[in-house]
Design a protein around this ligand. Structure first.
Ligand SMILES: [Zn+2]
Length: 310
């Protein structure tokens, strides 16, 4: 038996975010720079309430800040607009405030617009929260936003999508649906990255989200957070942590994944913190490790971190 969960409505297509009609009582949650880029004009939401202070790897305190700032405003909808960080904050806030959720990604990789996962920092450390209440009522995936994206953003997001679908394919929590979606996502993303076909990257990212969102990511993601805690972007960390995890798991995507990392030209990563301590932190990440196809010991983790740093 398995269950498939996803947002009630997913709208996909170039200019779809421009064509959608938003409530006048919307609260837009995004990062600064959205206005300058003309995104509010594009959506036609200039009269809405705006919170544009989401920073990368946001902390759980952001949720309280937004709630106290807007709890007395007449809001019926929360619109998350931006990368994974903005969407993760928006879905968490909207579920706490019990408002309609519209999620519009402007980077394509996290799949956050279609998952029940919100990643926030608690006491300085990244933590992923999983809750059906986080599902969008409407997810709008519009490739318009990738056109002006800087290449660094595109590559960091794209490798996240690749890591997610290939880890998801191997997840012990998977089923026929997730395997089908994850494999198809990998093919789209691989083709999109090798040929810089942005439309394929956007579609691949959505399908990756629908796939891994219904199973889970695994060891590669578990290993990545200690690197992110030291400042590496999520995608950059994954380009090496997922590569060694795929080797460890004998993933069928192992060599194809490494080719994509080479193509995107990621620089090496190195951990500053003590490796034993890092392994202890990683071992507590049961959500990812319990779904890994192979059992992972503390010794395995230490060996894998050493391999990454060499
Ligand atoms: Zn990820």
């Amino acid at each position: 038996m398995f269950t498939i969960k996803q947002p009630n409505k997913i709208i996909f297509g170039c200019n779809s975010a421009n064509e959608y009609t938003y409530s006048k009582k919307s609260l837009v949650i995004t990062s600064n720079g959205s206005e300058k880029r003309g995104w509010f004009d594009y959506l036609g939401i200039n009269n809405s309430y705006i919170f544009d202070d989401v920073i990368p790897n946001p902390s759980i305190e952001t949720i309280d800040t937004i709630q106290s700032e807007f709890s007395n405003s007449e809001i019926d909808t929360v619109i998350g607009l931006g990368g994974g960080s903005s969407l993760d904050v928006a879905k968490y806030v909207a579920s706490k405030m019990q408002k309609k959720k519209i999620l519009i990604p402007t980077t394509f990789g996290s799949g956050s617009e279609v998952t029940r996962i919100s990643v926030l920092k608690v006491n300085g450390l990244k933590k992923s929260f999983h809750d059906d209440e986080f599902f969008a009522d409407v997810a709008i995936v519009d490739s318009h936003f990738i056109e002006d994206s800087p290449i660094d953003i595109i590559k960091n997001s794209a490798i996240d999508a690749v890591a997610q679908c290939s880890e998801g394919f191997d997840s012990k929590n998977g089923n026929q649906y997730t395997k089908f979606m994850c494999e198809h996502a990998f093919q789209l993303l691989e083709n999109g990255i090798m040929n810089m076909d942005k439309e394929k990257i956007v579609l691949g990212s959505l399908i990756s989200g629908l796939g891994f969102g219904n199973c889970s990511t695994t060891l590669g993601h578990a290993l990545s957070y200690v690197f992110s805690n030291e400042g590496y972007s999520h995608g950059h960390a994954l380009s090496y942590t997922t590569a060694v995890a795929h080797d460890f798991n004998d993933s069928k995507f192992s060599s194809r994944f490494k080719k994509l990392v080479e193509k995107l030209d990621f620089s090496k990563i190195k951990l500053k913190m003590n490796i034993e301590d890092a392994a202890e932190v990683i071992l507590t990440d049961k959500k990812h490790l319990d779904n890994n196809p192979k059992i992972v010991s503390k010794g395995d983790i230490i060996a894998l971190i050493k391999k990454i740093s060499n």
